[in-house]
Each structure stands twice: as structure tokens, then as C-alpha cells.
Design a protein. Sequence first.
Length: 142
Amino acid sequence: MTPSPISAQEASQFVAPAAPDRAAGVRPRPKGQAFSTSRLLLAGVLLAAAAAPVAAADAAAGRAKAQACSVCHGPLGLSTAPDAPHLAGQPDLYLAAQLRAYRGGQRQHAVMSVMAKPLSDADIDNLAAWFASIKVEAQAPN
């Protein structure tokens, strides 16, 4: 089972308060449960994204902007490339945080870093709103 991305609420309740204590050695980690730098970075990005809600975004504008995304992520956010994730149905805060991380250089990928660099905050919010608005259904095998 693939773990779902942590939400901003989870990050603020669990990861962020524990990080300084653990970094200072005051709060030891349970054996085998180390926080990776990327996990702490993700928590920080999610906390920053939580401060700027995506609620005012325009999904229709995001749909128009998403044409460039369709090459790898598919026209409806269902990936056509084996190494590209599905975007359809992902939480808007998560998608916006990831795009901002690519744009700002906190997250690196040969293609995504280039694609996200010219995006404005409004573009990112609109793209996140579009992909989050796509309904995805899952069906368990018989």
C-alpha cells in the first residue's frame, strides 16, 4: 500500500513540534523511526501552504493551464508516464505545496523544476484546484 501524503494538520500536530527536540537529541526517536530531511522539508512546505489557502482558486483557469501537464500526467491527471504520479483527486494543499517546492528549488526534478519555475502563485493555486476537483474512484479487486 502506498502511503498517502501527510496533511498540513498532521504536520503541524506531529512532525513540526517534535523536530526541534529530536534534532537537539532531547526527544529520542523510537528505534528504526528516523525522520528524513526530505520528510521534515515536506512538513515545512505543508505548513507554509496551510497559511495560504487555495480556496479562492479558479479550477477552470487551472484546467486551461494544465494542458502542459498532460504530456506526463495525462489530460485528466491520470499519469501516462511510468515515473509520473497521478494528480487527479490529490488534495489541493498538497499539490500547491509540491509545485511551490519545485518552483523554489526545495524539491528537485529535471522536468518539474523547469515546468514550475515560471508559475505564479495564482497559477499554482488554479492548477491545484483543477486537479483536486477531479473525482477518482477506486474499486477493490474481487
